[in-house]
Design a protein around this ligand. Structure first.
Ligand SMILES: [Cu+2]
Length: 443
C-alpha cells in the first residue's frame, strides 16, 4: 500500500510565481535621469585618467627600427625616461603621427640580474610577493655546480644497451648537470640523463620486463615518469604523489612489464617546469612482439622537440615567463643547421616519430614535398581506414604522432615547425632558418 504524498508542495503557503512580477515601478523620466548621470560619471573618469595617467608606450629608437615595449636584453642604465613609468606590458596604441626617429628616446636594455645569489632572467617581471621557491624555479642553472661539458659534436638520443639480469632488461639512467652545445656557438647549461640531450633512447619489445635504475647526481631531488605506460601506480613517477622524490646522491628502481607497443617517452616528474624544460626527457620505443600487419618503411627517425631560454650565457627554464619567452629551439638536442640531415632515396618511406617532449608551445610540424600518413597516435595504432594524410601536424606537449612520409622527388626537403619564430636561432636565420628545422636529402 503506497501512502507517500508530496507534503512539501506550497509548504510556505505562497502563491505560485508570486516573486515573478517584473512590471517596472520607475517612470520613463526617472530611468532617463539615471542613464544620463551614469554617462556623465563615466566621461569624467576617462577625462581624469587622460590628464593624470600615462598609458602610452612610446616607440623607442634603436638603430633604424622603432620598438615599442621591447625588452632588448643588455643593460646600459636604468633611464629615468617617462616611458619607464608606463604600465608594464601594456600598449595602449598610438593615435598621433609618428615621432621622428632622431627625437625618440633610446631603448632601455634589460640585463640578467641577481637576487639572493640567484641569477634571474632579463626582462622578468618580479613582484615583491614572489616566493624564494618561485625564484629558485625560474633562476638560471647554477654554472658553478656543473662538472661535465659534453663535446661540441656530441649527439643525444643514443640507444641505451641493457644488462640482462634473470630475464629482466636493466637500464641505468643517471641525472646530472651538463653543458651542451645546441649550436657550435651556443652552449647551454642543462639537466640531463646520461650526459646527453635528449636522454638515451630506451628501446624494448612488447612483453619485456624492464628495470630502470635512476641515479640522481643533480643538486635537486627528482623522479622519472614513464609517459603513457600501463604500469603499477608506485612505478609511475610523480613526486610526492606516488613516491618520495629521489634525493641528490640517491637511486630509485622503476620496474614494469611493457604491455603496450609504440612511441612513448620518459621525463622528470619533479619541478617539471624546470627539470624537463632544461632537458630531462628521452624516447621510449616499444617494438611490437608480433610483426604481422605492421607498417613497412625504410628509415625510422625520432623527432624530439624542445624550447630553450638562453640569455647572456645563462640558461633559464624555458617556461613562458612574464617578460621573457624561449629564444632557441631544438630537434633531438640540436638547433638547425646543427640538426641531423636525413638521407633517403626516391621511393623510400621514412617513419617519423614526433615526440611532444616540448613544454610551453604546440609546434605545427610540417614536411615539404608532399603529405604523410598518420599510422599511430600516442603509441596506439590508427586503423587503416582512419589513417588520414596531412602535411602539417600539431605536436602538443606530451603527444606522439608516428607518420610515414614518402620521398617522392629528389632534392632537399625541409621538416620544420610552422611557427616561423621557432625556425630562428635567437631571431637570426642561419643557412635559411634555425631551431626546429631539419633537411631530408633525397637522391
Ligand atoms: Cu614551433
Amino acid at each position: 500500500m503506497k501512502t507517500h504524498k508530496n507534503t512539501n508542495m506550497n509548504a510556505h503557503g505562497t502563491k505560485p510565481h508570486e516573486g515573478m512580477n517584473m512590471k517596472p515601478k520607475a517612470t520613463r523620466a526617472q530611468l532617463l535621469a539615471v542613464t544620463l548621470l551614469t554617462l556623465l560619471v563615466l566621461a569624467a573618469g576617462v577625462l581624469i585618467a587622460a590628464i593624470y595617467g600615462d598609458f602610452m608606450m612610446g616607440a623607442k629608437n634603436m638603430g633604424n627600427g622603432s620598438m615599442p615595449g621591447m625588452s632588448m636584453g643588455n643593460n646600459n642604465s636604468m633611464s629615468g625616461s617617462k616611458d619607464n613609468a608606463s604600465m608594464p606590458g601594456m600598449n595602449m596604441g598610438e593615435t598621433k603621427s609618428p615621432v621622428p626617429v632622431s627625437s625618440l628616446p633610446s631603448a632601455p636594455m634589460s640585463s640578467v640580474t641577481q637576487m639572493n645569489g640567484l641569477v634571474m632572467p632579463p626582462g622578468m617581471i618580479m613582484t615583491s610577493d614572489m616566493s624564494q621557491e618561485a625564484m629558485e624555479d625560474m633562476a638560471a642553472v647554477d654554472l658553478t655546480k656543473i662538472s661535465y661539458t659534453a663535446p661540441s659534436q656530441a649527439v643525444g638520443d643514443q640507444v641505451l644497451t641493457p644488462k640482462i639480469e634473470n630475464g629482466v632488461k636493466v637500464f641505468n639512467l643517471e641525472a646530472s648537470l651538463i653543458k651542451w652545445n645546441i649550436l657550435p656557438d651556443k652552449q647551454v647549461a642543462a639537466y640531463a640523463f646520461n650526459r646527453q640531450i635528449p636522454g638515451p633512447r630506451i628501446r624494448i619489445t612488447e612483453g619485456d620486463r624492464v628495470r630502470i635504475v635512476v641515479k640522481n647526481n643533480l643538486p635537486d631531488a627528482t623522479t622519472v615518469h614513464w609517459h603513457g605506460m600501463i604500469l603499477p601506480n608506485k612505478m609511475d613517477g610523480p613526486a610526492d604523489v606516488t613516491q618520495k622524490p629521489i634525493e641528490p646522491g640517491a637511486s630509485y628502481n622503476y620496474e614494469f612489464t611493457a604491455k603496450q607497443r609504440g612511441t612513448y617517452f620518459y621525463h622528470s616528474h619533479k619541478d617539471v617546469d624546470r627539470q624537463q624544460t632544461l632537458g630531462m626527457y628521452g624516447a621510449l620505443i616499444i617494438d611490437p612482439k608480433n610483426k604481422i600487419n605492421i607498417a613497412t618503411y625504410n628509415k625510422d627517425v625520432v623527432v624530439q622537440l624542445q624550447e630553450w631560454t638562453f640569455k647572456q650565457g645563462y640558461t633559464f627554464p624555458a617556461m613562458p615567463m612574464e617578460g621573457l619567452l624561449p629564444n632557441l629551439f631544438t630537434i633531438n638536442g640540436k638547433a638547425y643547421p646543427s640538426t641531423e640531415t636525413i638521407n633517403a632515396q626516391v621511393g623510400e618511406k621514412i617513419r617519423f616519430r614526433f615526440i611532444g617532449s616540448n613544454n610551453g608551445f604546440i609546434h605545427p610540424m610540417h614536411i615539404h614535398g608532399g603529405p604523410f600518413k598518420i599510422i599511430e597516435t600516442d603509441g596506439n595504432a590508427v586503423p587503416a581506414a582512419a589513417q588520414i594524410e596531412k602535411d602539417t601536424i600539431n605536436v602538443a606537449p606530451g603527444e606522439r604522432y608516428d607518420v610515414i612520409w614518402t620521398a617522392r622527388e629528389k632534392g632537399k626537403w625541409l621538416l620544420h615547425c610552422h611557427i616561423p619564430h621557432h625556425t630562428t636561432n635567437d631571431n637570426v636565420e642561419v643557412q635559411g632558418g634555425g631551431g626546429l628545422m631539419m633537411i631530408i636529402n633525397v637522391t
